[in-house]
Design a protein around this ligand. Structure first.
Ligand code: AMP
Length: 215
């Protein structure tokens, strides 16, 4: 099963992706995570990415496409993948269509996580990730165990100032993808407001994953 997640920053893509890939036995492909790993390792590409990520603007399409191309040929993607944070622009989506067609692959569902801009600020500013497990917590909605709080990381772009730029990028460049995939009959809209568990259940129901699988 090959899936795409589309949603604004703070819609819960990364958190929900963890549950979905476990339940479906597919690989999570998060361009944001790949980009942050390159930034941490201070590769030449990472130093270039940092300028864009810190400013809350999108990295140029050809650079991201190349990251995804290299990732999708990894063995864990053979059983299927969930693209989390890609594509983010129409040219990226065009590139993906061509690349999948060349490999004889197709997308099954494009999951659009619906959440209003007004609900996003609190979600983003309270978000903390665990560098050891990769798990994303929220200080209020999904509090971390006290003994790991000191090691948690607050993303530099998860601030109010950068968020408004990221939201503008989303509405200008990424939201048009909903119509793009609607024309291909692939869009499944998910109400992403509610508890993590409720949203996971909604997604798994759309995917037809049996309710016996823990969400
Ligand atoms: P995310 O964790 O998905 O919010 O991504 C964090 C940052 O990485 C974004 O603000 C962009 O600078 C960059 N990024 C991630 N995915 C993409 C993409 N598909 N296209 C361009 N830039 C991206």
């Amino acid at each position: 099963m090959n899936l795409i997640f589309i949603g604004p920053p703070g819609a819960g893509k990364g958190t929900q992706a963890e549950t979905i890939v476990r339940a479906c036995g597919i690989a999570q492909v998060s361009t944001g995570d790949i980009i942050r790993a390159a930034i941490r390792s201070q590769t030449a590409l990472g130093i270039e990415f940092k300028k864009y990520a810190d400013a809350g603007v999108l990295v140029p399409d050809d650079l991201v496409n190349r990251l995804v191309e290299a990732r999708l040929v990894q063995p864990d993607c053979a059983a299927g993948f969930l693209l989390d944070g890609f594509p983010r622009t129409i040219p990226q989506a065009d590139w993906l269509q061509q690349s999948l067609a060349k490999s004889g692959l197709r997308l099954e569902h494009v999951l659009v996580l619906d959440v209003a801009d007004s609900a996003i600020l609190e979600r983003i500013t309270g978000r903390r990730s665990d560098p050891i497990t990769g798990h994303i917590y929220h200080l209020r909605f999904d509090p971390p165990p006290p003994h790991i709080v000191d090691r948690l990381v607050h993303r530099p772009d998860d601030t109010e100032a950068v968020l408004s730029k990221r939201l503008r990028e989303y509405h200008d460049k990424t939201a048009p993808l909903v119509d793009y995939y609607e024309r291909l009959g692939l869009v499944r809209r998910i109400d992403a407001v509610g508890s993590l568990h409720d949203v996971s259940r909604r997604i798994l129901t759309v995917l037809g994953v049996p309710p016996s699988v823990p969400a």
